[in-house]
Design a binder for this molecule. Structure first.
Ligand code: C2E
Ligand code: CA
Ligand code: CA
Length: 620
C-alpha cells in the first residue's frame, strides 16, 4: 500500500464500492449463486474498509437465521449462527432482523442482547458489532448485514453508511435469488402438488439412466394414473379435485420416499423412477406398494370423501430399452394393460412389445380403414322382454385389418378417438347402418353408438340430418347411444347437440349405464329415451346380490322416469327371467342373437317376423 492509499477518502471509497456493486450485479444477472455474490461483496468491502469483518445472514419464513457469507469468520461460528431463531435479544443480527432497525453493540462482552451468544463470539475475538437489517422494497426483512470489530467500539458514521449501502445491495441480490428460485420452481415443479413436472422429467431421467448404467443398477419407471379422475373434478368441482390430487401426491411422495424422481406429468398422471439399490430390482413389489398405498378412500378437510382407483404401468431399464423416450412409451403401454388387469399394475414384457407394435400399426392405419373398405357393420337384436319380438338392432362396428385380422372395437375405437379418425369412421357407421335399415321391410329401430368426440367436435346434428335424408330412414327409427363420459367432457355442447338431434325426431339412449361416476346427474342433464344397463351388472346379477340390487334399482329408476330400459349382455335364461321379473323392457345379448352381418338376420327383418324359440337357439 502506498502512503496515499492510507489517506482515507470517503468519496473515492464510495466510488469503489459502487464499482464493486456493479460488478456483482453483473454476476447476479448472469446467474451467479447468492452465496458467491455475497462472499464477493464481503471480500470487496473488507478491502475497502480495513478493520471490519463482514457477515451476511438471511432469515427464513420461520424466523430462523441462515448464514450466507462471512469469509473472515470461522466456519464453526458460521455453523452456530445458522438455525438460531430471531428475537428481541438475539445478538446484534437476530435483534436487528426482529426489530427491523440497525442494532449497535459496542461491547459484546457486556451487552445484554448478547447474553446467550457472547460465548460464541468472544473466543474468536469478535468484540463489537454493527448490524443493519436487509429489507425489501416492501419492507419485508430478508436478513442482516453486519460489521464485526476486533475491539469494543462504535461504528463510524461512514461505516454505518457503507453497511446501509451493502444492506440495500443485499436486498436486491436476495430478492433476485428468491425470484429465480420461484421461477425455477415454476419451470421444474408442479405448483399444485410441489412435485417435479414434465420439464423435471426431461431434465433428470436421462441423467438417472446414465448414472445407473455406469453403476450397473437397473431403474424401474412407474407410470401411475388415477382412473377416471376427471369425474371427481366434474362432480365436486376443481377446488375439491385439486385438493384430492394434492393428497394423492402426498401419499405418493411418502411411498416413493427414496425414489430418484417423482413427477406429475399433468392431470392425474404421475411418474416415478427408482434406481435399484443392488443389481436386481423387485419392481413388482414397488408397483404393488403404489397401488395399495394410493388406492382407496380419501377424506378431504371439507368433508368430501371418495374412493380413488389407480393403475400402474412399469418399464425397466435396461431390460425394456436404453432410451428415455422408448422407456416412457413402454411404461405407458404397460399402463394400458394395467387398466384391463385386476391387480392394478402391469410390467412391460415381450408380449406387450407385440401389443405395442400392433397398436402402432393400428394408429397408423386407423385413418385409412374406411377408404380401404376394411370396416363393416354388424347388427345385434334387441328383443321385447315380455313378447320376445324384436324391437330393433344395435349396430356394432368391425375392423378387418389386413395384417392383424379382426380387431375388436374396444381396441380400435380409443385409437381412432386419439388419432382424430373417429369422425370419419363415425360418419361411415351412421351412413352404412342407416342405408341397411332403410332397406329392412320391418320398420325396426336402429341403434348406433356415438363417441363423445363426434358430438362435441363436429356438427353432428347436421351430419345426422344429411344421412337421414340421403338414406331415407325415418328419424324416429334412429337411436343414438351415448355414454356418460360425453357429459364429463363438455356438458353444454353435449346437451345442445343432443337437443338438436331430438328436434330432428331421433331418440337418444344412455349406454353402459351405472358404470360411470355420475349416473344420476347424467340422467338429469338430458331427457334420454332409453337406459342401457351395463352388461357387467347383468353378468353378475345371478350370483351377486349387489349387482342384482343395482340392476333392480336402475330398472325401477328408469321406469319411474318414464324411460325404456334395455339390459345388455344377456347370456342365460336365468338372467333373462330375473330381468323380465324386475320389469326390464328389452333384452339384448348372445342368448337372443350375436352381432352378425345384416344378411344373417334377413329372415327377421322381413315383415311380421317374430323371434321364435327356434330362432333364439340358432342365433347364438
Ligand atoms: P357396447 O355399445 O356396450 O356394445 C355391446 C358390446 O357387448 C358389443 O361388443 C357386443 O358384441 C357385446 N355383447 C353383446 N351381447 C353380449 C353378451 O351376451 N355377452 C357379452 N359378453 N358381450 C355381449 P363389441 O361389438 O365388441 O363392442 C364393444 C364396444 O365398442 C361397444 O360397447 C361400443 O362401446 C364400442 N363400439 C362398437 N361399435 C361402435 C361404433 O360404431 N362407434 C362407436 N363409437 N363405438 C362402438
Ligand atoms: Ca352400445
Ligand atoms: Ca353398452
Amino acid at each position: 500500500m502506498t502512503g496515499e492509499d492510507d489517506i482515507f477518502d470517503p468519496k473515492a471509497t464510495e466510488e469503489r464500492l459502487r464499482c464493486l456493486q456493479q460488478q456483482l450485479l453483473v454476476g447476479i444477472a448472469l446467474g451467479d449463486s447468492l452465496v458467491n455474490v455475497m462472499t464477493a461483496l464481503c471480500n470487496g468491502v473488507e478491502a475497502l474498509a480495513p478493520g471490519v469483518i463482514c457477515s451476511i445472514v438471511a432469515v427464513d419464513d420461520n424466523g430462523r437465521l441462515k448464514f450466507l457469507a462471512g469469509p473472515r469468520l470461522p466456519q464453526v461460528y458460521a455453523d452456530a449462527v445458522s438455525g438460531i431463531t430471531v428475537g428481541p435479544e438475539v445478538g446484534s443480527c437476530g435483534t436487528a432482523i426482529f426489530l427491523n432497525r440497525p442494532i449497535e453493540t459496542v461491547e459484546i462482552a457486556s451487552d445484554p442482547l448478547w447474553a446467550d451468544y457472547r460465548s460464541l463470539a468472544l473466543p474468536y475475538g469478535l468484540r463489537a458489532c454493527w448490524s443493519c437489517p436487509i429489507s425489501s422494497a416492501e419492507d419485508r426483512v430478508l436478513g442482516a448485514f453486519a460489521f464485526y470489530f476486533r475491539e469494543p467500539r462504535r461504528a463510524s458514521a461512514w461505516e454505518c453508511l457503507i453497511a446501509q449501502e451493502c444492506a440495500n445491495f443485499c436486498a436486491v441480490a436476495i430478492e433476485n435469488s428468491e425470484a429465480r428460485t420461484r421461477l425455477n420452481n415454476l419451470a421444474f415443479f408442479d405448483s399444485l402438488t410441489g412435485l417435479g413436472n414434465r420439464a423435471t422429467l426431461e431434465n433428470r431421467l436421462g441423467l438417472i439412466l446414465q448414472h445407473s448404467s455406469e453403476t450397473r443398477r437397473p431403474v424401474g419407471i412407474f407410470h401411475i394414473d388415477v382412473v377416471e379422475f376427471r369425474a371427481i373434478n366434474d362432480l365436486h368441482g376443481y377446488a375439491v379435485g385439486d385438493r384430492a390430487l394434492m393428497q394423492v401426491a402426498e401419499r405418493l411422495r411418502s411411498i416413493a420416499g427414496d425414489c430418484d424422481l417423482v413427477v406429475r406429468l399433468g392431470g392425474d398422471d404421475f411418474l416415478v423412477a427408482k434406481t435399484a439399490s443392488s443389481g436386481a430390482f423387485d419392481v413388482e413389489a414397488l408397483a404393488q406398494e403404489f397401488v395399495g398405498g394410493l388406492q382407496g378412500r380419501y377424506d378431504l378437510e371439507g368433508g368430501e370423501c371418495f374412493s380413488i382407483k389407480v393403475r400402474v404401468g412399469v418399464a425397466q431399464f435396461p431390460l425394456n430399452g436404453k432410451e428415455q423416450d422408448e422407456l416412457l412409451v413402454r411404461a405407458e403401454t404397460a399402463l394400458r394393460r394395467a387398466k384391463r388387469s385386476e391387480q392394478g399394475y402391469a410390467i412391460f414384457d415381450a408380449h406387450m412389445q407385440l401389443e405395442q407394435h400392433r397398436r402402432r400399426s393400428l394408429e397408423r392405419d386407423v385413418g385409412l380403414g374406411v377408404e380401404r373398405g376394411e370396416f363393416a357393420v354388424v347388427f345385434q337384436p334387441q328383443v321385447n322382454a315380455k313378447r320376445g319380438t324384436i324391437g330393433g338392432f344395435e349396430t356394432l362396428l368391425r375392423w378387418n385389418h389386413p395384417a392383424h385380422g379382426l380387431i375388436p372395437p374396444t381396441d380400435f375405437i380409443p385409437v381412432a378417438e386419439a388419432k382424430g379418425a373417429i369422425l370419419g369412421i363415425g360418419a361411415f357407421v351412421l351412413r352404412e347402418a342407416c342405408r341397411c335399415a332403410a332397406q329392412w321391410h320391418e320398420k325396426l329401430r336402429l341403434a348406433v353408438n356415438v363417441s363423445p368426440a363426434q358430438i362435441v367436435r363436429s356438427d353432428f346434428a347436421q351430419l345426422v340430418r344429411n344421412v337421414l335424408s340421403e338414406t331415407g330412414l325415418e328419424p324416429y327409427r334412429l337411436e343414438l347411444e351415448v355414454t356418460e363420459s360425453l357429459f364429463i367432457q363438455d356438458d353444454a355442447t353435449a346437451s345442445t347437440t343432443l337437443r338438436r338431434l331430438k328436434d330432428l325426431g331421433v331418440s337418444v339412449a344412455i349406454d353402459d349405464f351405472g358404470t360411470g361416476y355420475s349416473s344420476l346427474s347424467t340422467l338429469r342433464s338430458f331427457p334420454f329415451d332409453r337406459i342401457k344397463v351395463d352388461r357387467s351388472f347383468v353378468a353378475d346379477m345371478v350370483h351377486n346380490s349387489d349387482a342384482a340390487v343395482i340392476v333392480n334399482s336402475v330398472i325401477g329408476l328408469g321406469r319411474a322416469m318414464g324411460l325404456r330400459v334395455v339390459a345388455e349382455g344377456v347370456e342365460t335364461k336365468e338372467q333373462a327371467t330375473m330381468l323380465r321379473r324386475a320389469g326390464c323392457h328389452e333384452l339384448q345379448g348372445y342368448l337372443f342373437g350375436k352381432p352378425l352381418p345384416a344378411e344373417n338376420y334377413a329372415h327377421i327383418m322381413r315383415p311380421g317376423a317374430l323371434l321364435g324359440r327356434r330362432d333364439r337357439s340358432t342365433a347364438i
